[in-house]
Design a protein around this ligand. Structure first.
Ligand code: C2E
Ligand code: CA
Ligand code: CA
Ligand code: CA
Length: 274
């Protein structure tokens, strides 16, 4: 640390090093977990707003770090991105989810894609190969992408999207309303679905503007024929409100937390769908 009387400067250096060391350790453990296929995938059911029947699931990766319990994806995904591991995680999730989903009739499977995966020229080819191997139809796969990719690299994003859509995949714009979301992107990029971020849903009833913003967003999406999923629904009031606004799919803890693949099979069997 620098020679200074300020305590902050003295403690700043060591904590930076510790932080870096923790990240390196986490990346190493993650690499080992990938080598052993030790990640898992859970599925959060998505429901049709009208019938309130399950119409899809979102696949979410889980990592039970040896001796330390589950690490949140919001923590380890950025570390995987920084350490060249995101491609392997993405392939694992897609292969795992689509193999499991092949026994589920009708429902769609949403998979989160990191922008860094799309920078890899082999991504489209490997996604298509996984689809072929798993026997799951591409048109029931929804790849969820966040806005950052489209803001930073619009030409490349357009190109990748078109390639994926030509291969039958559908593309959703994820986390809409969480940052500087612009409705302009909706029109510009031919998305197949819009997902409204849970922060917007949670603001309902707290700020007056939230409801107006949600209504306006859904109305605009409808005018482009883009269906809308509302995420993070935790109460019946939220479910009813977003349905009235015209959201056609609902997702959130009010309906179900993310569950195992076996649990999804059971839920589908209970509704007589198998
Ligand atoms: P996301 O794509 O927005 O995923 C939805 C997150 O919201 C999930 O958190 C889910 O458990 C949580 N959630 C669902 N319903 C509710 C609700 O009613 N209330 C609240 N408070 N939360 C709800 P999770 O699984 O921790 O994932 C966090 C983020 O990590 C995801 O956000 C996504 O950006 C990323 N992620 C997860 N799995 C993958 C993956 O396989 N690949 C990539 N690239 N990213 C992933
Ligand atoms: Ca998502
Ligand atoms: Ca989301
Ligand atoms: Ca997210």
């Amino acid at each position: 640390a620098k020679a200074t009387r300020s305590g902050r400067a003295v403690f700043y250096q060591p904590s930076m090093d510790e932080d870096r060391e923790a990240r390196v350790n986490m990346a190493n453990d993650l690499r080992l977990a990938l080598d052993k296929d030790a990640l898992t995938v859970v599925y959060q059911p998505i429901f049709d707003a009208h019938t309130r029947m399950m119409c899809g699931v979102e696949a979410l990766v889980r990592w039970n770090r040896a001796g330390q319990g589950f690490v949140a994806p919001d923590i380890f995904i950025p570390i995987a991105e920084d350490n060249g591991l995101i491609g392997r995680i993405g392939e694992f999730v897609m292969r795992h989810a689509l193999t499991e989903a092949a026994k589920w009739p009708r429902i769609s499977v949403a998979i989160n894609i990191s922008p860094l995966q799309l920078h890899d020229a082999s991504f489209v080819g490997s996604a298509a190969a996984i689809i072929d191997a798993c026997g799951f139809p591409a048109d029931r796969v929804i790849l969820e992408l966040t806005e950052g990719f489209f803001v930073r690299n619009p030409d490349r994003a357009k190109h990748s999207m078109a390639q994926l859509q030509r291969n039958g995949f559908r593309i959703a714009l994820d986390d809409f309303g969480s940052g500087f979301s612009s409705v302009g992107y909706l029109r510009e990029f031919g998305f197949d679905r819009l997902k409204i971020d849970r922060s917007l849903v949670h603001a309902l009833g707290k700020t007056e503007k939230a409801g107006d913003l949600l209504k306006a967003t859904v109305a605009l999406a409808s005018s482009f024929d883009i269906p809308v999923t509302a995420e993070g629904i935790e109460t019946l009031a939220q479910a009813d409100y977003v349905s009235e606004c015209g959201c056609d799919e609902l997702q959130g803890f009010f309906f179900s937390r993310p569950v195992s693949g076996e649990e999804i099979s059971r839920m589908l069997a209970d509704t007589g769908w198998t």
